[in-house]
Design a protein around this ligand. Structure first.
Ligand code: RAM
Length: 522
């Protein structure tokens, strides 16, 4: 379990930044979507999680049926949706002489329609699982559910009517919402149908995560995480160009740093802007990266000037974590995210993230002509030298991390992205890793994104495309409508939270194939 509760979490609010973020609050675009069909969920050992959907009837037939106690149906909306549900209910038979009791189960995946939520036994709150119990006193009537859902399927169970009446369901609809500027996306027109499909699904994933802020996942956690934001922003520049939303999110983080100036890993925006008491070494540093990418995409100098002090502070705090050898200190109480991979040591990948970010900070200092550039450049030299001297195992020809000298994919991927070795050496390193069976692997699309980019930057274009086809293509083969938070092709039930029921199946950090395809013209 990875829960952080910081006892003395003092937040220093910057009201000016908070106001700027508020002014940039996006309009939500709404589209009405109707169910396509009625389906049933069936056991299927070949399908992901062991469940698949089978068509039973067109949606138009639903209004011909009346449902009594213990009867149920499942609606299929045909694609992933994020929005608000509403429907009419009409009584059939005698006048309704008792309230109607309904249960709705709302899910992104067949498994959510099949396995009872009571069976959930993970360490994240079960309240993320989407369900409702409703009592309807007045019939006929329209039900409008107040909560926003992320789903493709809706199961409706009639728990109680009375022996005298049944109910008919009509005019079911979803008001789907997004803040993405969908009209701005340039058609890709790729001749490879699989890459075309990956691009389409990435864009759909990103659109569904774009709400009041860039959410990590519209089912869970429904909030703004810095690590996710960085990748969403990159995909956004190549597609929707809803750049003001990136700007808003940067101001939100900069609006609520702690008393040391560190920005938190995620923020809540309701009932007002609140910084979560979770601090991640890498995510705080990615404030710099996100600002760097934003500036490169927009050349918005005013924002860069405003937010540079916050960015610089993240670098300073990152540098404070270096020991006298200029190596990131590894300890028990410290959390750098990097990946959800079990047992992964974070020291070497964090050193690489720091180097990666330092380079971007130096570029920004250069653009701004600020006096910190020489200091940053000298710290960069030290950090790079330290990585080569203390985190490199000459005998194994691998980077090592932590007291146990762990060899991991994450360390190498990030060292390649940090660009501290010549291109051919990076290439050789990634190839050598393929033969190192004991190397600690990767667990999330977030980490796989970085692997693919590392392959591309070290000249392994074909391998990068192949890896994307295996990984994101694998999700598509397993029926993804939007890309998932977690995917392990060798263990498709994998969840770091103790149950795949709580995984998010439309997740920001998984939306990057569109960025990779479009940026590197794959
Ligand atoms: C999970 C979510 C989120 C991620 C954090 C670190 O809660 O998947 O997207 O950024 O972990």
């Amino acid at each position: 379990m990875n829960i952080q509760k910081i006892k003395e979490h003092v937040i220093v609010r910057n009201e000016l930044f908070i106001d700027k973020a508020e002014e940039l609050k996006p309009a939500l675009h709404t589209k009405t979507i109707y169910p396509i069909s009625l389906v049933e969920v069936m056991q299927d050992e070949k399908a992901i999680h062991g469940w698949s959907m089978a068509f039973t009837a067109p949606y138009s037939s639903l209004k011909e049926q009346a449902f009594g106690k213990k009867e149920a149906f499942i609606l299929d909306f045909g694609d992933h949706q994020v929005g608000y549900l509403a429907f009419d209910i009409r009584p059939a038979g005698s006048p309704p002489d008792a309230p109607l009791k309904l249960k709705l189960t709302i899910g992104e995946m067949p498994v959510e329609m099949a396995e009872p939520f009571d069976s959930y036994d993970g360490w994240l709150a079960s309240s993320w699982l989407q369900e409702e119990t409703l009592f309807v006193d007045v019939l006929p009537g329209r039900v409008e559910l107040p909560r926003r859902y992320s789903f493709r399927y809706v199961k409706v169970e009639v728990l109680e009517t009375s022996p005298k009446y049944k109910v008919v369901f009509e005019n079911i609809e979803c008001s789907a919402v997004t803040s993405a500027h969908c009209e701005k996306v340039e058609p890709l027109g790729h001749q490879d149908p699989l890459l075309q499909k990956m691009d389409d699904i990435s864009i759909k994933t990103l659109a569904d995560c774009m709400q009041d802020v860039f959410e990590d996942g519209p089912k869970r956690d429904r909030r703004l995480w810095l690590g996710d934001l960085r990748l969403q922003a990159l995909a956004n520049y190549k597609t929707f160009q809803t750049n003001d939303l990136v700007k808003r999110c940067l101001y939100l983080f900069a609006g609520v740093p702690n008393d040391k100036g560190q920005v938190t890993a995620n923020v809540f925006v309701k009932p007002e802007l609140i910084a979560d008491d979770t601090l991640l070494f890498d995510y705080s540093l990615f404030f710099v990266s996100t600002l760097y990418d934003y500036y490169e995409a927009t050349k918005d100098m005013a924002t860069l000037i405003d937010l540079w002090p916050t960015a610089l502070r993240q670098v300073e705090l990152g540098l404070e974590r270096l020991d006298e050898r200029h190596v990131v200190i590894d300890s028990e109480e410290w959390w750098s995210f990097i990946d959800w991979q079990e047992g992964l040591n974070k020291q070497a990948p964090s050193q690489a993230v720091l180097i990666y970010v330092l380079k971007q900070a130096i570029h920004l200092a250069d653009v701004l002509h600020t006096p910190e550039k020489p200091m940053l450049a000298s710290r960069l030299r030290d950090a790079v030298e330290a990585a080569k001297q203390f985190l490199w195992d000459e005998q194994q020809q691998f980077f090592i991390s932590g007291a146990d000298r762990q060899v991991s994919w994450a360390s190498h991927v990030w060292m390649v992205l940090a660009d501290i070795l010549p291109k051919e050496e990076n290439q050789a390193l990634l190839n050598r890793l393929l033969t190192a069976d004991e190397a600690v692997g990767m667990a999330t699309p977030y980490m796989y994104h970085h692997y693919v980019e590392a392959l591309l930057l070290s000249g392994e274009r074909e391998k990068a495309i192949e890896q994307m086809k295996v990984y994101w293509g694998g999700m598509l083969e397993d029926g993804a409508d939007t890309f998932w938070e977690l995917y392990d092709p060798n263990d498709k039930n994998f969840s770091p939270y103790g149950s795949h029921l709580i995984n998010s199946y439309c997740h920001a950090w998984s939306c990057t194939p569109t960025y990779l395809i479009r940026k590197y013209s794959l």
